[in-house]
Design a protein around this ligand. Sequence first.
Ligand code: FAD
Length: 430
Amino acid sequence: MATNHYDVVIVGGGLAGLSAAAYLSSRGKKIALLERGALGGRAVTLKIKGFNFNFGAHAIYSRDTSVLRTFEKELDLHIDWQDFNPNKAKYDLGDALTDVPANLQGLFRTKVLKGLDKVMFTFEVLKTMLKMETGHPHLSIQKWMEKKHVSEDVQEMMLTLASSNFFTREPEKIPSDVFFQYYRRLFTTNKPVAYIGGGWQALIDEFVRVIEQNNGTILTKTKVESLRVEDDRVVAAVTAEGEITGDEFISCIPPKEMVKVFKDTKLEHAISQYASYDPTYVVVYDVGLKNRIDVPYTYIYDKQNNIFITDISYYDTTCVPEGGQLLQATAYINQSDLGNKENIEQRKAEIEQLYDKHFPGWREELVVPRVSTRAVVQEIKWTMTQKPMPTFLPDYRNLFFAGDWCEGQGQLSELSFSSAYQVSNLILEK
Ligand SMILES: Cc1cc2nc3c(=O)[nH]c(=O)nc-3n(C[C@H](O)[C@H](O)[C@H](O)COP(=O)(O)OP(=O)(O)OC[C@H]3O[C@@H](n4cnc5c(N)ncnc54)[C@H](O)[C@@H]3O)c2cc1C
């Protein structure tokens, strides 16, 4: 590999690395993006027998106020937004289906809340929107609601919401300040959930288009083994083929990888703390069906078992062969379930039962199942005992961090985009 010097070297070609590379190159920086495998990271779209399986529903929350929307405007990305229809979202209560109170109509019709509790819930939503509830970093959402004497049914409603948005079976552990910050955005948006036509791949292609148009360098199958440091600066990314030097560096690789790359540097100890935190894991069980099984809803959340199914092909018709259907099911899991094969098998069986219940005949139509028993939805789960990583540390002032394990706005990919946007601007302002 010819030695080359760059303004910014970006390590990791997931959504954080790609968006930072696109943004910085569009602003005139000479960038190199180094990715050990293929571009996209966890935001992968796998083509199997004519079905495009996205890892995750690629649901973008509050898209109108999202950082992805900012990237879309500033980089002139072409994104085919497919907005979620809240009238087609249901909670499965075991013996009945009911509306998700995702809008006024849903709130009016839902059976999850009764009479006065609907008014109280609306009041909680209003208080959140008006910043009258801000929470406290040292109180979990559960403790906060108890302190505020929120009725039990409204508490349960808030925790059900949090469970579905934070992909967790333990929503009560979410810090209350994080909870209110998250829902302030979600409650004030006109576009709570949207999918991307063409899936994650369409988005990756758009970032690559911008990088290439601005003469950025993308090196795939290029694993960074270590970073060479001198005093208080990072000077080079070391790969098997040679060194890539730069003025600024952005590390867009998860802490568990970073800790290897930063071995023997001043950051080894600091990073090992974040590497020790638990990620948010889920079981994914998607199915590609030959023929559509039409039902009156596109999203079902099994409240008891914390499993949701999305009929993704209803929104993104490009992900299936003609007449087909792609259903995505995700089961949230407890950390303790991870090492327990039986519990994981049990979760898979529960997903199949939910398919049986709501999409009868799916087994006969099945062309391809896609199962992942240990999918990392977010590298650091936000609980009272874990926190996201800062976007820079004082030891090396030309080194930044971005990814869904970093501080930023929202959860999931929004954390990757917001941290990438923030560090890119810090570099541009230098
Ligand atoms: C099942 C599932 C469902 C999801 N659903 C949603 C959803 O609906 N909405 C949403 O917004 N988000 C969702 N997500 C989360 C979203 O996929 C992630 O937040 C996002 O893709 C993270 O991107 P990232 O760039 O921060 O990290 P990553 O994708 O982890 O990227 C890190 C990259 O670094 C590379 N790398 C690692 N080590 C090295 C090295 N030494 N040298 C070079 N490269 C290296 C990796 O190969 C990878 O490409 C879901 C995730 C999963 C798994």
